[in-house]
Structure formats: C-alpha cells, structure tokens
Design a protein around this ligand. Sequence first.
Ligand code: SF4
Length: 227
Amino acid sequence: MVRASEKNAAMTTTRELVAWSHQKKCEKAVQSLGKNGFAAVYCPSREEAVAYIVGEAADAASVGFGNSLSLADLGVADRLGKMGKELLMHVRPGLSPEERIAVMRRQLTCDLFLTGCNAVTLSGCLVNIDATGNRVASMSFGPKKVIVVAGRNKLVDGDVDAAIKRVKEWTAPPNARRLDCNTPCAVTGVCSECRSPDRICRITTIIERKPRLTDLRVLVVNEDLGL
Ligand code: SF4
C-alpha cells in the first residue's frame, strides 16, 4: 500500500498543501451547489475565473455589477469595458443619487449580472446580507444570466446561521467602514446589532436552490477574494 505521505511527496511546500486543502473544500462546495441545481464551476485561480466570465460575456451587450470587492479583485470590469460592453456600475464616481438608482434599476434587466457572495455553505447555499437589496434582487430574477464569484474565503463549513455569523464578523464591519457608514462596527470592527440609520444589514437572503427562471452560475475560486 502506498502511504499518503509518499503520494504527496511532490507537495513539498506549505503553500501547496494549503492550496490542496482549500481545493478539496472548494470541490465539496461545487458538488453541493450542483446538487442544489446551480451550474457551479471550480476555478483553480482568479485567471480561470476571469476567462470564464469573459467567455460568458461574449453575447452580452450590458453587464451589471454588484458593488463587489471580489469582482474588483478580479479586475474584470476593465476587460469587459475594452470588449465594448455597457458596464452598469452604480458606484461610479460622479453619479447623482438619482443616476445611481437608475443604474441599479437597469441592472435588474441586464444581459449579464456579476456579483460576489458574502458566504457559501459547503451544503451549497448562497447567503447574503444587503442594505438596499438591489444586489440580491438581481441575483434572484431579472438578468438573463447571473455569475456569482466566491473566493475560498467565503466558504463556510456549517449551516446558514454559521454563514450569517461569518458575514456579521468578517464582511459587514469592514464594508461599513469602506462605505463610510456611521455605524458602531465601522469604528470597533465588531457587530453590535445596531439600530443606526446607516445600518447596512437590512436584507438577509438564503438562496437554497437555483432560482427557477434564472441562469445562475457560481464560480468557486481557490484564492481569497473580497471580504
Ligand atoms: S448590524 Fe449594524 S453593527 Fe452589526 S454589522 Fe450590521 S451595520 Fe454593523
């Protein structure tokens, strides 16, 4: 019998072993998402994720963006802009509040909507917490195609409560800080279930199965992306 240590003789570096552990976790998530009806794809690196998105965007005239750090990390907007796509990004500098809302409305009916995801359980559920709800609305129904990008740091080996806990601990406070919200967590880094008018945790969605009428793909990337 060949010992595991001999099989893994080529995996000499800690980095490789860590990547292998993450790969197994990513593959488990992809398998579970597939069982739940999503088209789930394992991407070993961000380059594969970008190539997938660029390929799927070929026949899209308009591309909507959730305000996602994962997508910013991929740098995919520049690529799509150079391809002549109309980019529907409501956080562009210089937009008036009315213009921002108009862009968010157009995202709901765009050809391709790209977004990150706050947490993905290993049982294959997508968990998100929004302030406005435009992102989670577009994820569920409206755009012709939706691609959700989830870095390995978004995977949760637990139930939906564990996923929500992850968002409240690791995503919402730094997001509140990024968005310059007047919330306690933007100062302390810790959620206090505030009653602030600036509270960003207003809408929690759990997508348990692929929405019936939405072509929703999930890319699980073996790299840390976003918060
Ligand atoms: S509930 Fe309030 S304090 Fe907690 S993470 Fe959300 S915005 Fe921050």
